[in-house]
Design a protein around this ligand. Structure first.
Ligand SMILES: *Cc1c(COP(=O)(O)O)cnc(C)c1O
Length: 417
């Protein structure tokens, strides 16, 4: 469910007419519904009711300060994968002790920054990283709270690029090695063992991989307890899928039920790192049709948003629903393509799409997660504006980039002058 619906033939974001927003802000533009974001958070949070838990929103899915502030106000934390994401969280007013830091390549500077800021814990992904964190924390006279990210070798049955919990993936440590690393960490003076962590993939549409994961982590936790190593938090990562097209992902309630059942009788608290399920269907990308081009074998609808603005179709062959902003039943089989000089630049391929004419607006649905955050300046295109809607109000939460923004920081060496 989301707040992008038609009224009198016009697409609305909550109580704002999308074409009115575009008239002021232009295209392409990302539009997020605050109500939808709130509802997604509250439904997830409610489903976990009674379970000691913390929701750490995955910042890489949507890192706008306004979105982070909203989740912070609702009592959420954050899952970050870089120092830049930590900076955003702090700027947005998020409690540092609700921030967990994942990722295989944390630099010394990032580790120092996270320790200075007082984050909740590091999700450690290798032995060398553990040693680096011990070294930096020790130099700073601090204790670093950690968990190990375990790679349980579970197939999430999703796109290979977003599977992360298989033996062949770069993420986490093997189960056997994890136990050895916990023993090693227990003997380190600047390390505090706080949790165990896992993230097996994204856009999961079945519950069994989650169940297997909890059972596997449970075994490890119980083994560690027998050795006198106590685990306070079990971090299950993110990964719950959403409906882009005809997927039927489990509801947060069903997910919560699975977790509860697999974790029955355990004393640990649970951390969740949802991204897509919070933000995905809370956003759209609105683009304007520039030209319609009839090729020898195909029709192309050329729009002003390209793979630099929304890369999921090009990168993963992902399906993004495309709807007209002024309701119409007229359909055509076409490719919806952007202006980028790459044949992989498309938003939809050989699909039935609205038969939109030049000047008309199209809405790329389910664009709230991994949309703007994956946008780039490829082809020297300024990145789109972002707008948040709240009832009848809307606010530009990131202004459209300018040409000056494109060259910020660039310099011509004096010998070329
Ligand atoms: C990407 C990521 C998430 C969020 O995944 P979603 O599928 O968007 O819920 C959570 N944790 C980690 C470590 C990630 O890399």
């Amino acid at each position: 469910m989301n707040e992008f619906n038609y009224r009198d033939g016009q697409l609305y974001a909550e109580d704002c007419k999308v074409s009115d927003i575009v008239a002021e802000v232009g295209t392409p533009v990302y539009i997020y519904s605050q109500k939808t974001l709130e509802r997604h958070f509250n439904v997830f949070d409610g489903a976990m009711g009674g379970l000691d838990h913390l929701i750490c929103f995955s910042v890489k899915s949507n890192s706008n300060l306004a979105v982070l502030r909203l989740f912070a106000n609702l009592g959420g934390g954050a899952d970050i994968v870089s120092g830049g994401e930590l900076f955003r969280c702090l700027k947005a007013g998020m409690e540092p002790n609700r921030v967990v830091f994942s990722g295989v390549g944390k630099t010394r500077e990032e580790i120092r920054y996270a320790l200075e800021s007082g984050i909740m814990m590091f999700n450690v992904e290798s032995e060398m990283e553990l040693e680096e964190i011990q070294r930096v924390a020790s130099e700073m006279g601090k204790i670093a709270p950690i968990s190990f990210r375990v790679n349980p070798d579970i197939d999430p049955k999703t796109h290979p690029y977003i599977s992360t919990g298989l033996k062949k993936n770069k993420f986490g440590v093997e189960v056997k090695q994890a136990v050895e690393l916990y023993r090693k960490a227990a003997g380190m003076d600047a390390i505090e063992i706080l949790g165990i962590d896992c993230h097996i993939g994204s856009q999961l549409t079945t519950l069994s991989p989650f169940e297997e994961t909890v059972l596997k982590l449970r075994e490890i936790v119980e083994d560690l307890e027998r050795e006198g190593i106590q685990i306070r938090w079990i971090d299950l990562g993110g990964g719950l899928g959403i409906t882009y097209n005809d997927e039927t992902p489990p509801s947060p309630e069903a997910y919560a039920k699975t977790v509860r059942k697999a974790a029955e009788g355990m004393s640990q608290g649970f951390i969740f790192e949802p991204g897509r399920v919070m933000a995905g269907n809370a956003g759209i990308l609105v683009t304007r049709v520039l030209y319609v081009k009839q090729g020898p074998v195909k029709t192309f609808i050329v729009v002003d948003a390209g793979m630099n603005d929304m890369v999921r179709p090009s990168l993963y062959g992902a399906y993004q629903e495309i709807q007209p902003v002024v309701a119409s039943d007229a359909k055509i089989v076409a490719d919806v393509v952007g202006p980028i000089c790459e044949s992989g630049d498309f938003l939809a391929k050989e699909r039935e799409v609205p038969n939109a004419k030049p000047g008309e607006l199209l809405s790329v649905m389910s664009a709230g997660a991994y949309g703007f955050t994956m946008a780039s300046n490829y082809n020297s295109r300024p990145r789109p504006a972002e707008v948040m809607v709240n009832g009848e109000d809307y606010f530009v939460i990131r202004r459209r980039e300018t040409y000056e923004d494109l060259v910020r920081g660039e310099q011509i060496p004096p010998w070329l002058s």
